[in-house]
Each structure stands twice: as C-alpha cells, then as structure tokens.
Ligand binder design. Structure first.
Ligand code: LLP
Length: 419
C-alpha cells in the first residue's frame, strides 16, 4: 500500500496535491512519500516477526537520497552499501556504522580502508582475493574486522537477466562447491573475523521458490562449516523481494517471505541480516512529469511526449521495465498512446501502445513505482541535467535534492589553454 491517491480528482502524495509540487519545483521531479517509506519499513519488519532480532540493512543503491536514508535510519534500519560514496551517505544520514554491511565485487583498497576506519558492522567478501587484501589492511590498522563470505548458489532467480546475480556465470560471490575451503582459509587470516555467509540471487523476484532453494543451500553450507569446526554466527540473506509495478501484480508479501525464511532457517542459530531495497522504496516514489506535446504518427496511436526522459528514469529503456503511467487530474477519458521522452534515441520510450488517461500538452502525469532505482540511475545524457527530489510528509514537502542544471554540469568542464 502506498500514500499516492486521488482526492477531489487530483493525485496527491499524502496530503499534498502533486500539482502543487509541480508548481513550486517544476517538472520533471521525483516525489517520495515519507509515510509510505515508514509503512514499508514497518511491514517488512513485521514480516520478519518470527525471527530473533533480525538486522535490516536498506540497500542504499535503491535510493541513496540522504533524507530517505534518514527516514529509514529512524526506523532502525542499517545500510547495505556497495561503494565508498554510499558509505559516506549512509553515515551522513545518521546510520549507525555497526549497522552497515559493505557488499560488492570490486571494493578498492581505499574503500576497504574507509570501511575499516568507519568501523562498519560487516564486510561481505565476494572473493578469496578480497579477503586476503582486507586482512592485510585490517592488520595494519591493528584490527580484526567482521566478515561474511558471499556465496554464489547457482540458482536461477527467474528475473530479468541483467538483475540476476546468483547463477554460476554471474560475477558475484564464490562458487558454493569451494565456499567451505575458502571460508576456512579466510578464517585463518589474522585481520578477519569470519562470522558468517551471505547470499543475494537477484532483484525484483516475484516467486519465493528460487530464494528458498538458495537459502537451503546456505543452510547446508552452514552445517558443513560447523562440521569443519568453523564458527558461523551470522547469515545475510540479501534483498530481492519484488514489488507490484503494474496494477494486478501480486508478488509475494513480506509476511509470506518472512514465513518462508523462518521455516527454512529454523535451527540455523545465527543472527540474520536482510538487504531490502526496492520493496521499501519502490512504491514510495513517483516521477512527476508534464506533457510537452502530443503528436500523431501515421495510422498508429499518438505519441505523448513528456518532459521526463530515459536519462531521468532509465528502467524502461534498460530493462524493458513497466511503470504505470497516470494523469494527475484524469478527465475520465481513456486512450491508447506511445509514451516517449524528448531524447534523440528510439530507446527513449516509456511505453508503447499503452492504454492510458487521455492527455494533452501541459497536463501533469506520473510514472509510478519510481522510488527505487529511479533518480539514482539518472545521467545527464543529452545535457539534460539532474531531476530534483522532493519528500512529502503529511501536508508539507521539502526539496531533498536540488535540480542540477546543465550549466552547473558544464561548470565542471575545462577547455585547456592549448586548445
Ligand atoms: N543486496 C545486494 C547485494 C544487491 O546486489 C541488491 C541489488 C540488493 C541487496 C537490493 O535488492 P532489492 O531488494 O532492491 O531487489 N537497477 C535494477 C536493480 C539492480 C539491483 C542490484 N542489486 C533495476 O532498476 O531493476
């Protein structure tokens, strides 16, 4: 459930009409609802009620806005980070360093140092090589740092190929059949405190079966590690739970997910960590846009050209993703149209042959479910600048990320004297 609803014929975020935000901030603009973020955080936590003191680390990559992170920190969430930049943000937003998990296959030397100096709660090692390097750095700092070994369970998550991470051919984690041997070798390193295993098989998962299969494999690995006399006190089950993008979608609920986890992990005797991203932020945000003009083309449906483009919301162009598109003040008339942005690429298409509200130049509309992997994946392609972000809270709202104009981006460029 989210807090974007029609009141008096106008789409609101909580108590704020989206037209008021468009008026004040301009379009395109990302709009997030605080009440929705909080609700999703609480529903996710409630879904895990059957587990003993689970740790929830929000996947910062889904929405790294400082205000969003602060709302979630207020709900007791830690952070799953994948770069020094995300770590800096999480700490700046007030996330407790002990609640930070650092994932990613390519953590640089500088990022490992940054994580050690910040005193983060856990490094998720993605290779044996990374473990040796981290151990040396930790020793130099006079520290033993808490680590989990990420395993690649070779499970097909049955999601889009570009966001599937748990198959043998993917770059993530270590192969399950070598995991025990690698864990043992890393447990011998003086700079590492190997305390558990981690797994994450992909994103926008709409079935529980692949997750369950992956978790079963992790459970078997924990047994094997303990049989070898190795200590395992933690397990990180990653993120991945899908969200409804399209009216009628019914992905598994956090409660169903939590019940499955409780069943599969019974007897593991570990503290579990979760790294949800999309399920928390996805439906807590929309991309508010204005129709620039409409255009007829041959005999097909008309093009509705909006002022948002693939550089602002990359998911349709990159993954063929569906985002519901709705008018802010629908007239009741419906039509079929192609929804496109202004960028000079055919890929700058949000939807083809979409049944939608009839729209004319100047009308406001939203792409829904844009709170996760939206603003954060933006680029300035076609010298379009970066879209601002707004957080709504009841009847008030604030700009939580400024619009960055193309001129400001140009300011960072130089023409050398010799040119
Ligand atoms: N943990 C790890 C290690 C991850 O790689 C990811 C996502 C998550 C947690 C969070 O997954 P979530 O709960 O959000 O599904 N840009 C793509 C999604 C990429 C996800 C990458 N990893 C999209 O727009 O669909």
């Amino acid at each position: 459930m989210d807090h974007f609803h029609f009141r008096d014929g106008v789409l609101h975020s909580e108590d704020v009409p989206l037209s008021a935000i468009a008026e004040a901030v301009g379009t395109p603009v990302y709009v997030y609802s605080r009440a929705t973020l909080v609700r999703h955080a609480q529903v996710f936590r409630a879904g895990l009620a059957g587990l003993e003191s689970p740790h929830i680390a929000f996947a910062v990559k889904a929405n790294p806005n400082l205000a969003v992170l602060k709302v979630l920190a207020g709900e007791g969430f830690g952070a799953d980070v994948v770069s020094g930049g995300e770590l800096t943000r999480a700490l700046a937003a007030g996330v407790d360093p002990a609640g930070v998990v650092f994932s990613g296959v390519g953590k640089t030397h500088a990022e490992l140092v940054q994580g050690i100096e910040a005193g983060i709660g856990q490094f998720n090692l993605e290779s044996e090589e990374e473990g040796y390097e981290l151990s040396l750095i930790a020793e130099r700092h006079g520290r033993r740092v808490p680590c989990a070994l990420r395993v690649n369970p070779d499970v097909d998550a049955r999601t889009h190929a570009k966001i599937s991470t748990g198959m043998r051919e993917n770059k993530f984690g270590v192969p399950l059949d070598r995991a025990a041997e690698i864990y043992a070798a890393l447990a011998d390193q003086p700079g590492l405190e190997m305390r558990g295993v981690a797994v994450h098989i992909g994103s926008q998962l709409t079935e529980l079966a692949p997750l369950e299969m992956a978790f079963e494999k992790v459970g078997a690995l924990i047994v094997e590690l303990r049989q070898r006399g190795l200590s395992v006190t933690h397990a990180d089950l990653g993120g991945g739970l899908g969200v409804p993008y399209r009216k009628g979608d019914e992905p598994p609920t956090p409660a169903e997910y939590g019940a499955m986890v409780a069943r599969v992990t019974a007897g593991w005797e570990v503290r579990l960590t979760f790294e949800p991203g999309r399920v928390i932020a996805g439906n807590a945000g929309v991309l508010l846009t204005r129709v620039v003009r409409t255009k007829r083309s041959g005999n097909g449906p008309p093009f509705v050209i909006v002022d948002a483009a693939m550089n602002d919301l990359m998911r349709p162009a990159m993954y063929g993703a569906w985002h519901d598109f709705d008018a802010v003040t629908p007239s009741g008339e419906r039509t079929t149209a192609h929804i496109v942005g202004p960028i000079c690429e055919t890929g700058d298409t949000f939807a083809m042959d979409r049944e939608t509200d009839a729209m004319a130049a100047g009308d406001l509309a939203v792409f829904r479910t844009a709170g996760a992997y939206g603003a954060t994946m933006a680029s300035s392609y076609n010298s379009r600048g970066f879209v601002p972000e707004v957080l709504v809270d009841g009847d008030r709202f604030a700009v939580v990320a400024d619009r960055i104009d193309p001129a400001a981006i140009m300011d960072a460029e130089r023409i050398p004297e010799w040119l």
